[in-house]
Design a protein around this ligand. Structure first.
Ligand code: ADP
Length: 556
């Protein structure tokens, strides 16, 4: 089998103009970034306000393992399969962050014969949205330190500036830094830190905004820290939200590309699902819903993280109504949840599978708790045995849950036809709307408790003294009536990455609670989760290269 980049480079892309035309988009609706990428004008959405929406399908997964699940691959493959069935389908994905691309993943544009292209652009820089977000973030950071340096009229308490700098790279050395060293001309020394761009509130704002003016208003609402009296200080107090919105004027427009089979794909916004809310932008999803009959979108990591936040944050804010949910699982990953070592995954082991399948069982229950119908995509790997496949089918039949063996990695859309048919049926059967898990008016601790008990299956929540104080403060300032954005390890249903399968009786430790007032949610940091990842011992960057003819290797 060829590598992802080989397959991608051999593919026959259509000019993006033609992809746009297939969606009814005119020259005026598109801004070209070369031949194969374009931004879609926001007018496309406003001009189609009265048009009926397509059906929204969410793709989520079991808790990820180092064996890989193939969520993006299945998302792309399902879109291609729906098109083969004669449905007008679009894919709505997140933009890859360069952190994981150079770290462990090597790419995040699907895989095999189900990829979005041009993958080397999508994975690196793309249309510059990450740069715009990073710049808007850092303009605010510079304005804060400059304000203090120039006399600090707002009385900002430099010990309590919560706004951090950002960069789209995994760089642990920047997690905690001291800025302002070098004497009087360089300002006041203080402790600061960097987040990865995809964890920045600006990314969340981009993804949750419904227009440029909404984005600007949200930027103004950002809480940057506290003053010496202990009151919150807002971005609008520094008067830079207009300039920040200006930096985002192009980034706010969704990006159009295509899959290997020329299915249209809108890729826009890319917050991580462990440390942020994990879904592509509302504007991209809404635009896609106006342009097609089916929109397949993905939320990051497992259903406990990405899907929960997709439903409780993105859909709640965006008025989106998903019709069905695909849960991607692999036999390899379920065996890891059942205690098998990575080196032994190629051996058939139904007993380990039986131990690990509880993880899938819990994620099915999680999706059902939102009143949505899950369809399981069993992403087939060459090492899967017939007994193992039969075991999963029997297990799911016992629960009345549909499963489709999916071979989109190997065969493209052709390998996803069964899944596509089952998704169409599930979406047709859906009556009424999904239900959110909690009301935003409830106290912060009640909302967290609901997520931990109902979705993670935990017993209780323990708060650090810092978190307790932060919650009291947010309640005092009326900054508490918002959804919760849990920051938690993706590897476990609990906050301990080592507890695989379906752990029970655990306590979740909340270390910090921060408000993202512009985004409109409260971030709750659990376990050892950090908002700036590090690189592994052997970063994927080490195998990447380009030669004088432009041939690329190492983006897999
Ligand atoms: P996720 O979205 O869950 O992180 P991806 O779709 O990005 O996963 O896939 C991760 C990696 O696994 C990719 O390199 C992809 O090519 C590979 N992959 C996915 N499905 C299969 C499969 N069925 N067989 C072999 N490799 C696969």
């Amino acid at each position: 089998m060829k590598s992802d980049i080989q397959i991608a480079q051999e593919s026959k892309m259509l000019p993006i103009r033609d992809i746009g035309a297939s969606l009814g988009l005119s020259e005026d609706d598109l801004e070209y970034y070369g031949k194969y990428k374009a931004k879609i004008s926001l007018d496309v959405l406003s001009e189609r306000e009265g048009r009926e929406d397509g059906k929204l399908i969410l793709v989520t997964a079991i808790n990820p393992t180092p064996a890989g699940e193939g969520k993006s691959t299945v998302t792309v493959g399902l879109g291609q399969a729906l098109n083969r069935l004669g449905k007008k389908a679009l894919i709505a994905l997140r933009e890859p962050s360069m952190g994981p691309v150079f770290g462990v993943k090597g790419g995040a544009a699907g895989g095999g014969y189900s990829q979005v292209v041009p993958m080397e652009d999508i994975n690196l820089h793309f249309t510059g949205d990450m740069h715009a977000i990073t710049s808007a973030n850092n303009l605010l950071a510079a304005a804060i330190d400059n304000h203090v340096h120039q006399g600090n009229d707002l009385g900002i308490d430099i010990r309590r500036i919560t706004w951090k700098r950002a960069m789209d790279m995994n760089d642990r050395a920047l997690r905690d830094v001291i800025v302002g060293l070098g004497g009087k001309p360089n300002g006041y020394p203080r402790e600061d830190g960097f987040m990865i761009t995809v964890a920045s509130e600006i990314m969340a704002i981009l993804c949750l905004s419904t227009s440029l003016m909404d984005l600007k208003e949200r930027m103004g609402r950002i809480v940057i820290g506290y003053d010496l009296k202990g009151e919150p200080v807002f971005c609008r107090d520094l008067k830079v939200e207009g300039a920040m919105a200006l930096l985002m004027k192009d980034a706010i427009k969704p990006n159009l590309v295509q899959t290997l089979e020329n299915t249209p794909a809108i890729i826009h916004g890319g917050p991580f699902a462990n440390i942020a809310h994990g879904c592509n932008s509302i504007l991209a999803t809404r635009t896609a819903l106006k342009l097609g009959e089916y929109v397949i979108t993905e939320a990051g990591f497992g259903a406990d993280l990405g899907a929960e936040k997709f439903l409780d944050i993105k859909c709640r804010f965006g008025g989106l109504k998903p019709k069905a949910v695909v849960i991607v699982a692999t036999i390899r990953a379920l065996k890891l949840h059942g205690g098998v070592q990575k080196a032994d995954l190629s051996h058939p082991d139904v007993e380990a599978l039986a131990r690990g399948i509880v993880n899938l069982e819990k994620q099915i229950e999680n999706i059902q708790s939102f009143r949505l119908t899950p369809v399981i995509a069993l992403n087939k790997f060459a090492t899967d045995s017939d007994e193992e496949i039969a075991f999963i089918k029997e297990f799911l039949a016992g629960k009345g849950v549909e499963v489709a063996l999916t071979e989109v990695w190997e065969k493209g859309g052709e390998g996803g036809l069964d899944l596509a048919k089952k998704v169409i049926e599930a979406a047709d059967r859906m009556e009424g709307d999904y239900e959110v898990l909690y009301g935003t008016e409830s106290p912060i601790k009640d909302k967290i408790d609901t997520i931990v008990k109902k979705i993670y299956g935990g017993k209780s929540v323990a708060y650090s003294a810092t978190a307790d104080k932060q919650i009291l403060e947010l309640e005092k300032f009326g900054l508490d009536k918002m959804p919760i954005c849990m920051a938690k390890t993706q590897y476990s249903l609990s906050d301990n990455p080592k507890l695989l399968g379906r752990p029970e009786g655990f306590e979740v430790k909340v270390n910090e609670v921060r408000v993202s007032n512009g985004a409109g949610f409260i971030v709750c940091l659990t376990g050892d989760i950090m908002t700036m990842p590090g690189l592994p011992k052997v970063p994927a960057a080490e195998v990447m290269d380009i030669d004088e003819n432009g041939n690329i290797v190492g983006l897999f």
